[in-house]
Design a binder for this molecule. Structure first.
Ligand SMILES: Nc1ncnc2c1ncn2[C@@H]1O[C@H](COP(=O)(O)OP(=O)(O)OP(=O)(O)O)[C@@H](O)[C@H]1O
Ligand SMILES: [Mg+2]
Length: 363
């Protein structure tokens, strides 16, 4: 998969921009606060319909403007397609694919596969389980629309159950059974998807971790939640758990168990990297997870997704940096940095104050 071009209008600090990307490594160089991250953000927006940095679409519209537009031209299996996203400050965003409006966000998934990595991604390893669930949810939604729809449905049922727990305690005995059952059915599907994914991810991430650290670090991932051998078994376990947790849930006013509370455990050389890993190890693990995601995409679809790397070089030691730069030349990568002094084949772009200038290719 390749991004041929990106066009921006009133997007963050870009009034107008048109840029054509090349195959392999594209390097965006610029001082701080010039628009490097903003450009990557606009691309990732076209992949998943959301910003990797904010939940408020409005923040992406340039100050004092009411409408922003991002258009990416994507090439896949020889065909070209435009993805257009319109952001408004007064209504929900609109999306067109190949010139046709889409009605559901799920329809966007799969048109542009992208993997995004920024220093913020350290959260994935260090922070609460929510970050790891978010990672699993975003990856799986891009892989499989069924997952995206199951997750939306689960969240919908969950908020209805929570509403009941909070405000309609007198009606609970009549209806809770139905909500529990529905939640267990969809929840089991989600857990099954995630378990299968974590298993694949563990194999790939362990390979990439070894590659980046010259065989020094052994990474193992596992899904932690109500797991089982079959989806049916998970469903039964979940149903039992929802029933048993009712008293506690009523006291707290929300559903305390289920896939929305699960986690992914990350062990590095037999220690829990979330608590005991060094900063550099945690960074490398976060990167290994993203590269593993990329490799799974490649195995499933036959093509690599686009890799978006924001400011990643400054975070790694020389050996890990060089390994990464060797790795990324095999696919289309857009990488940002404040300076770039490596002799790898790439196309350089200079960004200054929302303007971009393309330089000749470096062989
Ligand atoms: N909605 C907006 N409208 C106009 N400008 C914005 C908006 N949101 C952010 N900016 C500005 O865009 C500029 C560039 O931000 P960006 O995060 O892309 O910088 P960067 O080049 O990645 O810098 P760094 O190297 O520090 O990460 C910043 O000065 C920021 O204040
Ligand atoms: Mg930045």
């Amino acid at each position: 998969m390749k991004i041929k071009s990106v066009q921006l209008k009133n997007f963050r600090n870009y009034e107008k921009l048109f840029v054509q990307f090349e195959e392999g490594l594209n390097v965006l160089v610029g001082k701080n606060a010039q628009g490097k991250t903003n450009l990557l953000e606009s691309i990732f927006l076209c992949a998943i319909g959301k910003s990797p940095r904010t939940n408020k679409d409005k923040e992406m519209i340039s100050f004092h403007q009411h409408l922003a537009k991002v258009t990416t031209t994507v090439e896949n299996h020889g065909g070209k397609q435009n993805i257009e996203i319109f952001l408004f400050d007064y209504q929900k965003k609109a999306i067109k694919i190949g010139g046709l409006p889409i009605l559901k966000m799920g329809e966007l998934m799969g048109h542009l596969h992208a993997v995004y990595f920024s220093p913020e991604e350290l959260k994935l390893v260090k922070d609460s389980p929510q970050e790891r669930r978010r990672f699993l949810d975003i990856s799986l939604s891009q892989f499989d629309k069924q997952y995206f729809y199951a997750l939306s449905k689960y969240n919908q049922i969950l908020s209805q159950r929570n509403e009941l727990l909070k405000t309609k305690q007198n009606q609970i005995q009549d209806t809770i059974g139905i909500w529990n059952e529905q939640l267990a059915i969809v929840g089991a599907k989600i857990i099954q998807f995630r378990m299968d994914f974590v298993e694949k991810l563990s194999i790939k991430a362990s390979q990439t971790q070894k590659y980046l650290t010259e065989e020094k670090e052994n990474l193992v991932l596992s899904y932690s939640g109500l797991v089982g051998k079959t989806t049916k078994e998970i469903q039964e376990k979940l149903l039992k758990a929802y029933k048993e947790s009712l008293e506690k849930d009523l006291q707290l006013g929300y559903t305390t168990i289920g896939p929305h509370r699960d986690d992914m455990k990350i062990m590095l050389n037999d220690i829990d990297v979330r608590y005991y890993g060094s900063q550099g190890q945690q960074r490398t693990v976060a990167l290994a997870l993203k590269l593993a995601e990329l490799e799974i995409f490649k195995d499933q679809t036959g093509v690599y997704p686009v890799l978006l790397l924001d400011d990643v070089l400054s975070e790694l030691d020389v050996q890990r940096r060089e390994k990464l730069l060797q790795y990324v030349t095999r696919l289309q990568t857009i990488l940002t940095c404040t300076e770039f002094e490596y002799t790898v084949p790439c196309t350089m772009f200079y960004i200054q104050n929302g303007k971009i200038e393309k330089r000749e290719e470096q062989k």
